[in-house]
Design a protein around this ligand. Structure first.
Ligand SMILES: [Zn+2]
Length: 120
């Protein structure tokens, strides 16, 4: 398949984990390799296929939307990754530790918000 490389690249666009702030217990780490649709408990990365990316930005933030198809429930959800610009670092410095100013949301196929997942 000629488009295989593109699809594999999309995987790397998704952070593997997000962090949720808990009231009493600090931060909890959750995997983003899971299906966020209701009634689906898929957490097998092999059954998740990112297939499309949308990217846009304004003065304040950079937004990346990764469309993911779940092969378990056959649904599609969108991971929306928002990076606040004033602390965003140059992409040239790939090796540096990312700052926790990215916010990740899950949306359903129609763009309805499924929830604020955490920070990345
Ligand atoms: Zn699913």
């Amino acid at each position: 398949m000629t488009d295989k490389a593109d699809k594999e690249d999309l995987r790397y666009e998704i952070p593997t984990h997000a962090f949720i702030a808990l009231a009493r217990r600090g931060m909890e780490r959750i995997s983003l390799d899971q299906c966020f649709l209701k009634n689906c408990d898929n957490s097998d990365p092999k059954l998740l296929k990112p297939f499309k990316k949308e990217e846009f930005e304004d003065d304040q933030k950079h937004v990346k939307k990764i469309y993911v198809k779940c092969k378990k429930c056959n649904g599609i959800f969108i991971l929306k990754l928002e990076t606040i610009k004033r602390v965003a670092k140059s992409t040239k410095e790939e090796n540096q530790e990312p700052l926790s100013m990215g916010i990740v949301y899950a949306l359903d196929e129609d763009g309805n918000n499924l929830g604020h997942l955490g920070y990345f």
